[in-house]
Design a protein around this ligand. Structure first.
Ligand SMILES: NC(=O)C1=CN([C@@H]2O[C@H](COP(=O)(O)OP(=O)(O)OC[C@H]3O[C@@H](n4cnc5c(N)ncnc54)[C@H](O)[C@@H]3O)[C@@H](O)[C@H]2O)C=CC1
Ligand SMILES: CC(=O)[C@H](N)C(=O)O
Length: 343
């Protein structure tokens, strides 16, 4: 099977690898669509993300969906022909975190495209059947693949307890910020403010329904939020840029008693925050790591037309063109590139 392998930074090789056989509890999936995530691009450019270092050739891609072509002997809830979205992180199922339901926090998680685990830029993936979610007719495999970033958005909104009538401020209008926008709307947020430093990203966010889009490189965010919220501040602020000034700004624009959800990964682990302000204003700060139990919700939102993910796709390329696709994905105004296979 054709497989795109990152052999060293900025260099893919197309290899012919043996097609896997599904284990007893697995489905074998013919991969159809795989999103190019910022983390894939980071591994492509730098060969590492923090402590995760690409030491051996690695298959990238963790936003994937495809068609079941074979099922293991114990699998009763999937059959060949099912179209499925693959949840990319498979936990150990035995540790304390898994047993208390926080399977996304499992320290032994096998997460696609995170060294040393291979991802989905390949023709076939064998994957645990219970981490494969059937897509209804109305949901395409491209949308199925984007259940992954949508899941990040859903989890962030759950962490922030976003509810009906809330004003949600999202910092960063990349794919994650835009998915938080979708999830926040679905959770009942009536006012959504997006920030970025790139005008094109903000114009796109407005097209996708942001009520207010603020370029923080040009405009005073505190003043803009104060004006929009009559001086109260946002109920929930979801940080989705990873930029240090943006992380710092979250506590200035959240309302007293509001919630800050940190999603964006700062390049430096330590970001100075005014803790007195946090205490005085009784602000809840939550980290948000990937997601748990979100795929069913993501598929339902797409099936019901309550979330749109397809609209963020800028281009779809073939596996053979993965190098050019990654270079294109690095352009600052591109939101989402996909690799699509029709094997
Ligand atoms: N916690 C988690 O589980 C996950 C975290 N992430 C992280 O979330 C962040 C967002 O991911 P993507 O949307 O894929 O990244 P991205 O890089 O495509 O988007 C980030 C956006 O933030 C904007 N930005 C830069 N500086 C800014 C500032 N000062 N204020 C407001 N916006 C600013 C950029 O112009 C860009 O549009 C990244 O840090 C990523 O590593 C991504 C997936 C899961
Ligand atoms: C941080 C990422 O972008 C990646 N999706 C991951 O969950 O590791």
């Amino acid at each position: 099977m054709r497989t795109a392998v990152l052999v060293e930074p900025t260099e893919f090789e197309l290899e012919d690898r043996p097609r896997p056989s599904p284990g007893p509890d697995d489905v074998l999936v013919a991969v159809r669509d795989v999103g190019i995530c910022g983390s894939d691009v980071h591994y492509y450019e730098h060969g590492r993300i923090g402590d995760y270092v690409v030491e051996d050739p690695l298959v990238l891609g963790h936003e994937s969906a495809g068609e079941v072509v074979e099922v293991g002997e114990n699998v009763t809830d999937h059959e060949p022909g099912d179209r499925v979205a693959l949840e990319p992180g498979v936990p150990c199922r035995r540790c304390a975190h898994c047993k208390r339901g926080d399977y996304h926090l499992c320290e032994s998680v096998r997460f696609m495209a995170t060294p040393p685990h291979d991802g989905a830029f390949t023709e076939y993936v064998s994957w645990p059947a219970d981490f494969a979610y059937t897509l209804p007719e109305s949901v395409s495999t491209a949308e199925g693949a984007l259940c992954e970033p949508l899941s990040v958005g859903i989890h962030a909104c759950r962490r922030g307890s976003v509810g009906t009538g809330d004003t949600v401020l999202i910092t960063g209008a990349g794919p994650i910020g835009l998915m938080v926008l979708e999830a926040a709307r679905a959770a009942g947020a009536t006012d959504v403010i997006l920030t970025d430093v790139v005008d094109e990203k903000l114009a796109f966010a407005e097209k996708r329904g942001a009520d207010l889009a603020v370029n923080v490189a040009e405009t005073d965010l505190d003043a803009a939020v104060a004006e929009y919220t009559d001086g109260v501040g946002a109920d929930v602020v979801v940080e989705a840029s990873g930029a240090e000034p943006s992380i710092k700004s979250t506590i200035d624009v959240v309302r007293r008693g509001g919630t800050v959800v940190l999603v964006g990964l700062a390049s430096e682990a330590e970001v100075p925050i005014d803790v007195l302000e946090l205490i005085d204003n009784e602000v809840d700060v939550h980290g948000s790591f990937r997601y748990k139990n979100t795929y069913d919700a993501a598929v339902d939102l797409l099936a019901d037309g309550e979330a749109d993910v397809e609209g963020i796709i800028d281009f779809q390329s073939e596996l053979e063109d993965i190098d050019a696709a990654f270079r294109r994905a690095m352009e600052p105004t591109v939101v989402k590139g996909m690799i699509s296979l029709d094997s």
